[in-house]
Design a protein around this ligand. Structure first.
Ligand SMILES: [Zn+2]
Length: 187
């Protein structure tokens, strides 16, 4: 049972008169509870030939490795959100951010926007949302214990691009869709 956020009355699912999608609507005050995709901002932070990963101290995917990423907050830009996540999860200062990967995940209503960034001074720690954090070279990436498909995909793109291009400026922006079965569709 879901209740109206505005007046507390029992809400019901219906298509509002001015709409074409089912919404949670309050029959008492008329409030429509719109649910739209959420943006997850993050950064692949690089120092020398290594990338920064954090081991999650929170659900979902507790104990698995990820790049710093999380839900964007109101009042911040995407790049600011990505930098904030780096600080929260790894006490790391991400500099020189450039847009790198965008993933649509329509089945769960999420959009990932990932920046490529440099790790300032190579310095990092373990943030409150992490059990551990570390710099990994390509050979050491713990592929079997990476938390999310979007993170796996970002890491794969990065190591492929590094072989194809000599400077970061040449790296393309990757835009993919991640399907229900975790399949990747390239746009
Ligand atoms: Zn209401």
């Amino acid at each position: 049972m879901q209740y109206c956020l505005q007046c507390g009355h029992k809400a019901e699912v219906k298509i509002p008169a001015t709409d074409n999608m089912p919404r949670l609507v309050c029959p008492s005050c008329g409030y429509i509870h719109y649910e739209n995709p959420k943006i997850i901002c993050g950064a692949l932070v690089v120092f020398e030939d290594k990338v920064l990963l954090c081991r999650r101290a929170i659900e979902p995917q507790y104990g698995l490795w990820t790049i710093p990423a999380g839900f964007m907050e109101n009042g911040e830009t995407i790049a600011e959100g990505a930098a904030r996540e780096c600080f929260e999860e790894a006490d790391a200062v991400a500099i020189n951010p450039s847009l790198y990967c965008i993933y649509d995940i329509p089945d769960i209503g999420q959009i990932y926007i990932i920046y490529l960034a440099d790790l300032k001074d190579g310095a990092f720690g373990i943030g409150s949302e992490s059990l551990d954090s570390a710099l990994f070279s390509e050979d050491d990436i713990p592929w079997d214990t990476i938390a999310f498909e979007a993170v796996k995909r970002t890491l794969t793109c990065y190591f492929e691009d590094r072989k194809k291009f000599s400077t970061l400026n040449e790296f393309p922006v990757h835009q993919d869709m991640i399907g229900k079965d975790q399949s990747i569709k390239r746009y």
